[in-house]
Design a binder for this molecule. Structure first.
Ligand SMILES: NC(=O)C1=CN([C@@H]2O[C@H](COP(=O)(O)OP(=O)(O)OC[C@H]3O[C@@H](n4cnc5c(N)ncnc54)[C@H](O)[C@@H]3O)[C@@H](O)[C@H]2O)[C@@H](O)CC1
Ligand SMILES: Nc1ncnc2c1ncn2[C@@H]1O[C@H](COP(=O)(O)OP(=O)(O)O)[C@@H](O)[C@H]1O
Ligand SMILES: [K+]
Length: 499
């Protein structure tokens, strides 16, 4: 599991560690790690042209100390000081002592000519995006020929949310210290970070400040209380451990039956795609209820179809409702039946438009909502652009308002449980996945995992993981249709299980 912690948690851990270290010790550790990655990016340090973009905080201090190390190894290092009078004094002294020089903030040419640009404008203390004086430097770094290495996170990206107000530095590599920050894992910030390298500086995030009474003398704010991560990203092994596997004595019913209430005369394809996903998600059987039975059977003869309402379809362990359902009376009846059931329900597409908040909140069994940004915007009464800017806040707010687990689709998919706790983030996808019907496949797949017994958070996050990986296998650099994603789910499954 990869975890990201809030800025407050990271700062608290840093404070504890700093108390235990000599003055400046922590920054020296950070700078040493940064210099190693810069050296690797350069290949040959001796004779290389390195430019440091230096802001007024400790992020600039890291850059200056790392620059001093590179200068001692023979690089020509120039620091562009954005606020010369506020630059980190010890870092600047170290750079000058090592033979580095400084340049004026207007000198974008030196940035353009560099072999390596180190972005130390702002880190976790940055607020409100890049300031105007830094924008030409960020652009020059992007346009120039050098590798761009961001210190801790690309300047202009909000560390806590990934929000980018205006412009931000576009890094090839980001060297982050002690822990991932949420802004490195969530778009749009993630898209600016390039390859993220985590440098261990000895931060202990396992425990945090707890109640006064629990504090041990001499270890003033070490209480032993677990600190909650802000984000969790499942890795191969985590997903492998979640995937349902049939035991020797399994039969199709014991593996779980997933019901799919989807499709309409107008959109039979959505039903076919949801069933396509459901058949590959680990349930032992797929029951289809609705008006697209002929289309479903024609493509997937193994489906158990019924033309009536979901309440007449026979027992299932989870329902998927919504893709292509339409909004007429029959759609409303199907949604009503499914929500009235006592099994987990995944609601997507039209079911989200028809959803009554109290009906969702009032359910006894778990509910998983899978909106994209547009659907999330209508559920929250906001607009799509705002949801895309602030995805983390949006997914949490929806989960709490609806008392349901929410999977917010997009270039980074986020999954939040109604009870709070870390939000799961999935980044296995590919932009090729932005294709009509891909969401229908995901709803079937995640619904099938629900029927097989995973809880809503795990079903949503393992489903998103497999779905994204399947799309990568299917696309392999070329356009794909949603049915290709469904067909590649078994490849993704094997890939995860192979580790
Ligand atoms: N605190 C620690 O123990 C450690 C911190 N480290 C570094 O210190 C960084 C945090 O340092 P700071 O708290 O000084 O904060 P930053 O260096 O991230 O930024 C704060 C400074 O930038 C200015 N600023 C804020 N928003 C700005 C904007 N939009 N445009 C331009 N300037 C802006 C502020 O006025 C302030 O002077 C981390 O990201 C990391 O790089 C590392 O050295 C590891 C140890
Ligand atoms: N830029 C992107 N990068 C990666 N995945 C994406 C991107 N855009 C969309 N996706 C994924 O593609 C799928 C699209 O689903 P959705 O928006 O519901 O489409 P549809 O309604 O046509 O099925 C979701 O799984 C979403 O997370
Ligand atoms: K930075």
């Amino acid at each position: 599991m990869r975890t990201a912690y809030s800025v407050e948690t990271v700062r608290a851990a840093e404070r504890r560690l700093m108390e235990a270290l000599p003055d400046g010790g922590l920054m020296r550790r950070a700078a040493a790690g940064l210099a190693v990655v810069c050296g690797e990016a350069l290949g040959r340090v001796y004779g290389a042209r390195v430019v440091l973009l230096v802001g007024s905080g400790d992020n600039g201090g890291d850059a200056l100390h790392a620059g001093a190390r590179l200068a001692r190894r023979g690089a020509g290092v120039t620091a562009v000081l954005i606020s010369p009078e506020r630059a980190h004094a010890a870092g600047l002294a170290a750079l000058i002592a090592a033979g580095g020089r400084t340049a004026d903030v207007s000198d974008t040419e030196v940035v353009r000519r560099a072999d390596l640009v180190v972005d130390g404008i702002t880190g976790i203390g940055g607020r409100g995006g890049l300031r105007p004086e830094a924008v030409p430097l960020a652009r020059a770094a992007h346009q120039g020929r050098g590798v761009v290495v961001a210190v801790d996170l690309p300047s202009g990206v909000d560390a806590g949310s990934g929000e980018v107000a205006g412009e931000a530095v576009r890094a090839d590599v980001t060297v982050t210290f002690g822990a991932y920050k949420p802004g490195l894992l969530i778009d749009p910030g993630r898209g600016y970070a390039g390859a993220v390298r985590l440098v261990d500086i000895g931060l202990d995030l396992g425990v945090g400040p707890g109640p006064e009474k629990d504090r041990v003398p001499g270890h003033s704010d070490h209480s032993g209380q677990a600190v909650t991560a802000e984000l969790e990203a499942l890795q191969y092994a985590d997903v492998a451990a979640l995937l349902p596997l049939p035991a020797a004595e399994s039969d199709k019913y014991r593996r779980g039956v997933v019901g799919v209430a989807a499709g309409s005369a107008r959109y039979p394809g959505a039903a076919v795609l949801a069933v396509a996903g459901a058949l590959r998600g680990g349930a032992g059987a797929v029951r289809y209820s609705g008006h697209s039975a002929d289309a479903v059977i024609a493509r997937y003869p193994e489906t158990l179809v019924s033309g009536g309402r979901p309440s007449e379809a026979g027992r299932v362990q989870a329902w998927v409702v919504g893709p292509g359902l339409g909004n007429g009376t029959e759609a409303q009846e199907a949604l009503h039946d499914v929500l009235a059931s006592d099994v987990p329900v995944l609601m997507d597409a039209d079911a989200l438009h028809l959803a009554d908040r109290d009906a969702v909140r009032g359910r006894g069994a778990p509910t998983l909502l899978t909106p994209h940004a547009g659907e999330a915007a209508s559920l929250l009464g906001s607009d799509r652009a705002e949801i895309e800017r602030e995805r983390l806040a949006a997914v949490r707010e929806l989960a709490s308002r609806y008392g349901a687990t929410v999977l917010l689709k997009g270039s980074t998919t986020l999954i939040a449980a109604p009870s709070g706790g870390p939000v799961r983030v999935n980044a296995t996808g590919t932009p090729w996945l932005a294709t009509a019907g891909a969401g229908d496949v995901l709803s079937g797949l995640a619904g099938s995992l629900l029927a097989a017994g995973l809880d809503a958070l795990d079903a949503g996050s393992a489903g998103a993981y497999l779905h994204g990986l399947a799309a990568r296998h299917a696309a392999d650099g070329a356009p794909i249709g949603a049915h290709d994603v469904a067909d590649a789910i078994p490849v993704a499954w094997r890939d995860v299980r192979a580790l």
